[in-house]
Write a protein that binds this ligand. Structure first.
Ligand SMILES: N[C@@H](CCC(=O)N[C@@H](CS)C(=O)NCC(=O)O)C(=O)O
Length: 206
């Protein structure tokens, strides 16, 4: 990759960590720019005009072009590497888990973590408080599905580490911060350890 890579991020976000982990596993250098989402720093006119009109991080900057959406950014980095299967079915199966992550997992598991560990239960709006039970139930369903799939498998797709594992690792490994008990999901727990032992692995705090 010849163009400079800059990650616009909030380092405690799992969506941003996915991109750092992908880059670490591939040995790609990333420059990092931090924004405090708690202070609305991704909602300024300048950010909206120049970085992401959707007002969110992560955004991967490639030279002077910008890729919002964590899984798209991971794909940009990993396309053509062993983290993306060459086989057509396996590649689609990897994508299936990445879409599952965005639709069934992140809106529940990550949102519970954000609301409980970052905003704080006492500061939630009435609407957010009314959604807690449903998000917990949907988050447990996503973790259960992963657990059933991973029982007897080492990785989510293609029989090896792919972007599917990176996308789902990011918020699963910190799911307890959102009140989920990972002890109830032994196959997920074993898989988390497997991902964390991959050569080049970098922890979220790195
Ligand atoms: N689907 C997007 C989600 C991005 C997202 O929700 N970003 C959050 C942090 S994880 C954010 O920027 N929040 C600040 C805001 O909405 O103002 C992705 O996968 O990148």
């Amino acid at each position: 990759m010849t163009e400079k890579l800059i990650l616009h991020e909030y380092s405690q976000s799992g969506n941003c960590y996915k991109i750092r982990l992908t880059a670490a596993l591939l040995g790609l250098p990333l420059e990092r720019r931090e924004y405090d989402i708690m202070k609305g720093e991704t909602r300024t006119p300048d950010f909206l005009a120049k970085v992401n009109a959707n007002g969110r991080i992560p955004v991967l900057q490639v030279g002077d072009r910008f890729i919002p959406e964590s899984n798209a950014a991971c794909f940009y980095l990993a396309d053509g590497s062993p983290l993306v299967p060459e086989d057509r079915f396996d590649r689609a199966d990897m994508l299936r888990w990445m879409f599952f992550e965005q639709y069934n997992h992140e809106p529940n598991v990550a949102t519970m973590r954000f609301w409980l560990a970052f905003v704080g239960e006492a500061r939630l709006s009435d609407l957010q408080r009314s959604l807690l039970a449903g998000k917990r139930e949907a988050g447990e369903a996503a973790l259960r599905l992963m657990d059933e799939h991973l029982a007897g498998r080492h990785f989510l797709a293609a029989g090896r580490l792919t972007l599917a594992d990176i996308a789902l690792y990011a918020y699963t490994h910190v799911a307890e911060e959102g009140g989920f008990d990972l002890g109830a999901y032994p196959a997920v727990t074993a898989w988390l350890a497997r991902v964390a032992s991959a050569p080049g692995y970098a922890p979220m705090s790195a």
